[in-house]
Design a protein around this ligand. Structure first.
Ligand code: VG1
Ligand code: CO
Length: 541
C-alpha cells in the first residue's frame, strides 16, 4: 500500500452527483485517484464496506475500474461486486446495490455524452438505497476535492474482471458477476412476460436501438431471448468504447437510425432507444414520436395494467421542467403529483418514503420504486405490457391521452458551449426582472406568474434554491430556463417550452407551430441573442 501526496482537484460542480469531464482529464496524473479518494473520504470512509462497481463500457472504463479497486483495497473496503467486463447499466447497478444490501456503488459513465479518448468520461457514487447521492453527501465529496492532500492506493497487478467468480486484492474480496441476470429476474417480477411474449408471437413488431451502448446485452437477453422477439429487433446492440462514434442520447436527433425506421415505409409497431448507461428511454410508435413528458403521463394512466402496479400508484413525481401532462392524469386518478428539481436524486426520498411509485423527467428518464435510478428498459417493458393489454397502437394511445386530458405541446431548446460568464449573466438578468414581470406583455403573450423554483423536500426538509426560472403565460403556455449541470464544455442553456391545449380542434398541430409564440416570448424575455450572441439552438428535442 502506498500513500501518495496530492493536491486539490478542480472540476466537480457543487450540487451535482458525480463528476463528468473530458476523458483526458480523468486520465491525467492523479486526477481519477484524487476523485475516488475524495468520494471515499466524503462518504465517511469505506473501511469494512461493500461496494458495487461497474460502468457503461466507454473508453477508459476498464482502466478506471482497476484504479478504483486498488484504492478501495488500500482504504480497507471489505468487498467489491464488479460487473463482468466492467459492465453494469446504471439501473442494474442500482438494483445490485439494493439486492446485495451493499453500502453503495461507483458507476462509471458520462451517460448520454459521447465516449472515447477525446470525448467524455464520468464517475458517480450511489448510496445504500441504490440512488444518486443526496446533496448533503455530494457537498461533502465536493468539499473534500478542494482540500484533499493524500490518497491511498494498493500496489497490485491488474485484477481479472472478465471472468466470473471470486478473487481478491490484498484483503479486499472481489466478486465478478454476470451483469444481466439479476436485472432480468427483477423485470420478470414486475411485468407479465407471458402476455408480452404472446404479443410478439402474434406478429407485433419492434426495433430497439441500443445505440452501441450498455443496454445491448440486456435487450438481447430480455427482448430477443426471454420475450421471443425476432433476431434483428435489437439494433446497434454491441457496446463499443466510443458508441460507434455517435452520441448515445435517445432523442430524435441522435437516434436517427431508429427514427428513419419508425418513419419509413416498413415501420414496425413500436420503437425504443436507450442511452449510454441505460437509464434513459425514447419511445416512438409508427410515425408517432412520444415526448418523454407524454410517456410519463401515459405510464401513469395505465401502469395498473402491469402486475407490479396493479393495485395503483401511491403518487407520482416529475422534475420541474417536465410538462404538466402527468399532473392532469394524477389529478384524475386522485393521487398527488410532486414537482422536484431536475436530477434523479430528488426522487430518492419520495420513493424511499413510499410517497410516489412512478417518476420521470422531460430528458427521457422514467422510473419507479423498483430501483432508485431512472430505467430505460423498464420503461420499454412497461409500454410493451400496456400495449399487450390494450391492443392499441402508440398513436391511438397518445390520442386517448390528449382527448382525455388535453395535449401539452412540448420542446426543449439547448444552446451548448455558451461562454459561461455570458450564460450566467443572462440568468442573473432574468432573475432580476422576475418580480416585475407578472401582468406585462412579452412577445405577444401576457405573463401570468414568474418565479425561480426552489424545493423543500417533504421527507428530510432540505431546501434547494435556484432550481430554474419559470414563467407562466396566460392561455396555457410556460417557459422554463436553467443551466445544465452535466455539460463538460462552457455552459449549456436549456429553454423548455410548453403549451397546454385543451381545445379538441387543436390537438393535431405540429409542435413547432403550437410552440412558436412561447418560443418568441422566451427569447424576448431572456434577451438571449443580445446577451449570448446565439440565435438558433444547437439541439431541439
Ligand atoms: C440532464 C437532464 C436531467 C438529468 C441529467 C442526468 O441534466 O436535463 O433531467 O437528470 O441530465 O441524466 P442537466 O443538468 O444537464 O440538464 V443522465 O441520463 O446522466 O443520467
Ligand atoms: Co444516462
Amino acid at each position: 500500500m502506498q500513500t501518495v501526496q496530492t493536491s486539490p482537484i478542480e472540476g466537480q460542480k457543487p450540487g451535482t452527483s458525480g463528476l463528468r469531464k473530458k476523458t483526458a482529464v480523468f486520465m491525467g496524473p492523479h486526477y481519477l485517484e484524487n476523485y475516488v479518494q475524495s468520494t471515499f473520504d466524503g462518504i465517511g470512509g469505506v473501511q469494512g464496506k461493500t461496494l458495487v462497481v461497474g460502468g457503461d463500457g466507454r473508453f477508459f472504463n476498464d482502466r478506471a475500474i482497476q484504479v478504483i479497486l486498488r484504492i478501495a483495497a488500500a482504504n480497507g473496503a471489505a468487498k467489491c461486486i464488479v460487473g463482468q467486463g466492467g459492465i453494469l447499466s446504471t439501473p442494474a447497478a442500482s438494483h445490485l446495490i439494493r439486492k446485495r444490501k451493499a453500502d453503495g456503488g461507483l458507476i462509471l459513465s458520462a451517460s448520454h455524452n459521447p465516449g472515447g479518448k477525446d470525448e467524455d468520461f464520468g464517475l458517480k457514487y450511489n448510496g445504500p438505497n441504490g440512488g444518486p447521492a443526496t446533496e448533503a453527501v455530494t457537498d461533502k465529496i465536493f468539499a473534500r476535492t478542494l482540500d484533499i492532500d493524500v490518497y491511498k492506493i494498493s500496489e497490485s497487478v491488474d485484477i481479472d474482471i472478465d471472468t466470473r467468480g471470486m478473487t481478491s486484492l490484498d484483503a479486499l474480496e472481489i466478486e465478478v458477476v454476470e451483469p444481466v441476470a439479476d436485472y432480468q429476474e427483477l423485470m420478470e417480477t414486475l411485468f407479465d412476460f407471458g402476455k408480452i411474449r404472446a404479443l410478439f408471437a402474434g406478429g407485433f413488431t419492434m426495433r430497439f436501438d441500443a445505440m452501441h451502448a450498455v443496454t445491448g446485452p440486456y435487450a438481447h437477453a430480455i427482448l430477443e431471448g426471454a420475450l421471443g422477439a425476432p433476431k434483428g429487433t435489437v439494433m446497434n446492440g454491441t457496446p463499443s468504447p466510443d458508441f460507434g462514434g455517435g452520441h448515445p442520447d435517445p432523442n430524435p436527433i441522435w437516434a436517427k437510425d431508429l427514427m428513419n425506421v419508425m418513419y419509413g415505409p416498413d415501420a414496425p409497431d413500436f420503437g425504443a432507444a436507450s442511452d449510454g448507461d441505460g437509464d434513459r428511454n425514447m419511445i416512438v410508435g409508427r410515425n408517432a414520436y412520444v415526448t418523454p413528458s407524454d410517456s410519463l403521463a401515459v405510464l401513469t394512466a395505465k401502469a395498473h395494467l402491469a402486475p407490479a402496479y396493479s393495485s395503483g400508484l401511491t403518487g407520482v413525481a416529475r422534475s420541474m421542467p417536465t410538462s404538466r401532462a402527468v399532473d392532469r392524469v394524477a389529478e384524475s386518478l386522485g393521487i398527488k403529483c410532486y414537482e422536484t428539481p431536475t436530477g434523479w436524486k430528488f426522487f430518492g426520498n419520495l420513493l424511499d418514503a413510499g410517497l410516489v411509485t412512478l417518476c420521470g423527467e422531460e430528458s427521457a428518464g422514467t422510473g419507479s420504486d423498483h430501483v432508485r435510478e431512472k430505467d430505460g428498459l423498464w420503461a420499454v417493458l412497461l409500454w410493451l405490457n400496456i400495449l399487450a393489454e390494450t391492443k392499441m397502437s402508440v398513436a391511438e394511445t397518445l390520442d386517448d391521452l390528449w382527448s382525455t386530458h388535453g395535449r401539452c405541446y412540448y420542446s426543449r431548446h439547448d444552446y451548448e458551449a455558451v461562454d459561461s460568464e455570458k450564460a450566467g449573466a443572462m440568468i442573473s438578468a432574468l432573475r432580476a426582472k422576475l418580480p416585475a414581470l407578472a401582468g406585462t406583455s412579452v412577445g405577444g403573450l401576457t405573463v401570468e406568474a414568474a418565479d425561480e423554483f426552489a424545493y423543500d423536500d417533504p421527507v428530510d426538509q432540505s431546501h434547494s434554491a435556484g432550481q430554474g426560472i419559470r414563467i407562466a403565460f396566460k392561455g396555457g403556455a410556460r417557459a422554463v430556463f436553467r443551466l445544465s449541470g452535466t455539460g463538460t464544455e462552457g455552459a449549456t442553456i436549456r429553454i423548455y417550452l410548453e403549451h397546454l391545449q385543451t381545445d379538441a380542434s387543436k390537438l393535431d398541430m405540429k409542435p413547432e407551430d403550437a410552440l412558436a409564440e412561447v418560443c418568441n416570448a422566451a427569447r424576448e424575455v431572456s434577451d438571449l441573442t443580445a446577451l449570448t450572441g446565439r440565435v438558433d439552438p444547437d439541439v431541439i428535442t
